[in-house]
Structures are given as C-alpha cells and as structure tokens.
Ligand binder design. Structure first.
Ligand SMILES: [Fe+2]
Ligand SMILES: [Fe+2]
Length: 472
C-alpha cells in the first residue's frame, strides 16, 4: 500500500495529522476504485512512461518515469500563493481572499467542488476500455497520462473536501467513488460524463471539447475568492492543457491520414473502403461532443450563476480582462427562441454568466477547428469542418425542448428524428469505427491505418520509443 509520505504534495501534509488520517482512510478506496474502474487490462503487468507532478515548479511538474498505473503517485498540489490576493469580482470585490470557507457559502462551494470533482473519475470510467483498441503505444501512453491526471484532479477536489468541509466533505469524498459513469441507479452528475467512450474518435473529440469545458470551468474557479480552490484549479489547468493537446492533435492526425487515403483512392472513392475515417463521420462526432459540452456550461439564464458571481465563488474566464468586475446593472443581449423565431432580449449580466463563459468556450473551440481546417486546406481538399450552431442538439437550457439543424434552423421533432444521423453518429458509424479499431497496435513506432504518426514523441523521445512496456 502506498503511504501518505509517498503522496507528493506541497501542502505540508505530514504536519496536518487530521487531514493525513482522512486521506489515508480514503486512499485505499481510491486505489480499489482505480483497479476496478480504471484502464482495463493495464493494471499489473505494464509500465507506462508518464508525467508525474512532484512539485509545482517548471522542473517538478513535468517529471517523467515508468510506473505501473496503480502505483502512480497521485499528489496534491496548489499553485504558489499570490501575495495579498484580493477578491476579483462580485459584491466583495477588493476585499482579501478567504483562506477558510465562510459559513454562508459552504453549501454553494461544496456543490461547485463536488460537481467539478465528479467529472474527473467519470472520464476515467468512460475511457477504461480504450487501451484494448489503441492505435499505437504513443496514443496508449497519452490515454493513460490523461487518465492518471484526471485521477489526480479527483485527489485535488477530495483534498479540498477533506480540508474545508468537515464531515460533509468526507461523505462527499466517499460518494465520488460510488457514483459510476452510465450507472442507472447512481450515475455521474453531468450527462456528458455518462456517455460511453469506446472508440478513439470519440476519445479525441472528448479531450478536445469536453476537456476544454474543463478548462472553462477551471478558469472560472481559479478566479474564486476561496484561495485554496483558486490555487488548486490554477495548477490543474497546467495539466489540462495536455489533455486538449491529445484531443486536438489526435483529430489532426486522423484528418492528415484521411487526406492521404483520399488521395490514394483518387478522391472520389469512399475512404472507408481503404480503412480510413471519412470527413462526414469526423464532423458528426465533432457535432456530438461540441453540443454535449455546450450543455455542461448550464442554462443560459441562471440565478445560480448570478449568485456564484455575486458571492465571489465562481468568476469569468480571464476576469482581469473585463472592465467592470461588480457587474451590478449591466445587461447581456441574449437570443431567445419564441414562437418559432429568435428574439433578442436584455438579461441582467449576472444572470447570464453561464452564457458569458460559453461565449469564451465557443471562441476557444472555433480557434481549434480553424487549425484543423488548415490541414484540409494544405491537402487541397474543399471540405471544411465547422462548429454547429449552439442551438443544435441541446439538452440543457432554453433550446432543450426544441430541434434545430447544425445551421440553427428550427425543425419539427419528426424531421429532426428522421434526419439526425446526417448530423450525429449512427449505430453503423460506431460499428464501422469499432471495426477498424478492433486490433490494437502495440508495436513501438507502428500506427493504425486510420491515423498519421505524431510530429514528435513525448518528452523529446523518438516516436518509436516503447512508451508502454510489458513486464517480463
Ligand atoms: Fe480534469
Ligand atoms: Fe482533463
């Protein structure tokens, strides 16, 4: 069993006996969860070349070593404190930040931390079968890197629950290991985290779009008046960047390969006939994960969001780039959908904070899609990928009761159901993807037919490095 001394940390864990005991009590349950619900088939006989954070300075947070996954050193790290940090927004703007949880915001803060914490193990559960279908050892290692870091993000949230929320916090920490992605009786809190991810196109789209929602949420929590929450999430963002890199470059490499195969096939041929992933299938998966991730930002008009902002619990991404940090009587022009047509109305800005964060998110996603399209352009293709309209395929918020096509044109329920597989993955699309991923590629330097090799390896190692090795 891994002892608490082996938990790398910069929170002086050994001096806080109460916290150390609480974490020691939780740790074996976590390890059991990781064994049961983590990467299937890669627990005992494989060594994975992963990055382990052993401190927050530039050298320490990117320390690479081979480890067996259950022995990964899940650590607890807070970004360095900002001297004399002040509350950056809301009704308490300008006051010193909090080192303890104010009683009146205890429930709200616990809710925010639990909701964030719940997504972390959920994604590990969603991805647990992917190792058996991996396109290369390089990709397998990246999958596991993302998985162990999501596990560390759970540790980060559990650290906050144990440290600042007493008994309730300990109970919540237990429940984070009890809910399960896709479980009928005890599902994960947010819908996108109950969808299975059983093929690598879904995985790359998930890390591109859903991990980017993670970035949105972490950016807004890193503005929080609760300083330990701010410092924890600030450090999580450094890891999150790699997850989005995995997603963006994964799709980019599929596009690269699709273009090569299209050329080989003489353009007019169906690229599936030679084992590639056609652009319409890529677009459908983009539509799926982008729309699910839009939902994760919550309802357009939200009194919860207003109160989180007013109380200084959750800010906007890059709060310091805004002029007005109190936002008491500013308005947001929001598009409503009434009697079959769009109507713009003014909403109190504080009530529109979910939408403000969603705007930032859509812009960040759009920049990524532009980078993908450069690949198609470079290969002389006329196809382009695009983000669907934000009304498309929504299950949360004011568009959820209606149907739209990816251009945002309203459709009847019948028409949407009849045509949905023009825009969203169908059963046969999934079957096709699983068929080309049925055989995993475990030979160093080899890649599945549907994906191009990366430009460079991990940590300046060659592409054919043995990123995951089997123990003799
Ligand atoms: Fe995470
Ligand atoms: Fe992530």
């Amino acid at each position: 069993m891994i002892s608490a001394e082996k938990i790398p940390n910069n929170v002086n864990l050994s001096s806080n006996k109460r916290l150390q005991r609480a974490l020691e009590h939780w740790q074996p349950k976590y390890i059991q969860w990781w064994r049961d619900m983590g990467p299937q088939g890669f627990q005992d006989y494989h060594q994975v070349y992963v990055r382990t954070a052993i401190s927050v300075d530039p050298e320490g947070w990117a320390h690479f070593e081979y480890v067996k996954l259950p022995e990964y050193r899940w650590g607890i790290f807070l970004a360095d404190p900002t001297p004399d940090r002040r509350i950056g927004f809301g009704d308490f703007f300008g006051q010193p930040v909090w080192q303890e949880v104010p009683g009146e915001f205890r429930n709200q803060l616990r809710r925010l931390i639990v909701t964030q914490g719940d997504t972390e193990p959920a994604s590990v559960e969603q991805q647990r079968l992917l190792g058996q279908r991996c396109p290369s050892l390089y990709d397998l290692r990246n999958l596991f890197q993302v998985n162990v870091e999501e596990g560390r993000h759970l540790w980060a949230m559990v650290y906050l629950l144990h440290s600042y929320f007493g008994r309730d916090g300990r109970d919540e920490a237990e429940e984070l290991l009890e809910r399960q992605s896709g479980n009928r009786d005890k599902p994960r809190i947010l819908e996108a985290f109950n969808e299975p991810i059983d093929n690598w196109l879904d995985f790359f789209m998930f890390t591109m779009f859903t991990d980017r929602d993670g970035k949105s949420q972490l950016m807004s929590l890193s503005e929080s008046s609760l300083d330990p929450l701010s410092r924890t999430t600030r450090f999580m963002l450094t890891e999150e960047a790699h997850h989005m890199f995995v997603g963006e470059t994964g799709v980019a490499r599929i596009l690269e390969r699709t273009c090569e195969l299209m050329k080989q096939a003489g353009y007019s041929e169906d690229v599936r006939k030679i084992g590639g992933i056609d652009i319409p299938t890529i677009q459908k998966h983009l539509n799926q994960w982008f729309s699910l991730s839009l939902d994760l930002h919550g309802g357009e008009v939200s009194s919860n969001a207003a109160s989180y902002f007013a109380n200084g619990l959750k800010g906007r991404a890059k709060e310091d780039t805004f002029d007005d940090h109190v936002v008491r009587d500013a308005y947001y022009h929001m598009e409503f959908f009434e009697e079959g047509r769009p109507v713009t109305k003014e909403v109190l800005m504080r009530n529109a904070m979910n939408e403000v964060l969603r705007d930032w998110y859509v812009g960040d996603c759009a920049a990524g899609v532009t980078r993908w399209n450069k690949i198609l352009e470079r290969h002389g293709m006329s196809d382009r990928l695009r983000l669907p309209d934000r009304k498309f395929n929504r299950h949360i918020g004011m568009y959820s009761g209606f149907h739209f096509d990816p251009n945002g044109a309203p459709l009847s329920k019948e028409e949407f159901e009849r045509r949905q597989h023009e825009w969203l993955p169908s059963k046969s699309d999934s079957e096709y993807l699983l068929s080309i991923m049925a055989e995993p590629v475990y030979e160093p330097g080899k890649f599945a037919n549907y994906i191009a090799p990366p430009r460079r390896g991990i940590n300046q190692l060659p592409i054919n490095f043995e990123y995951v090795r089997t123990e003799a």
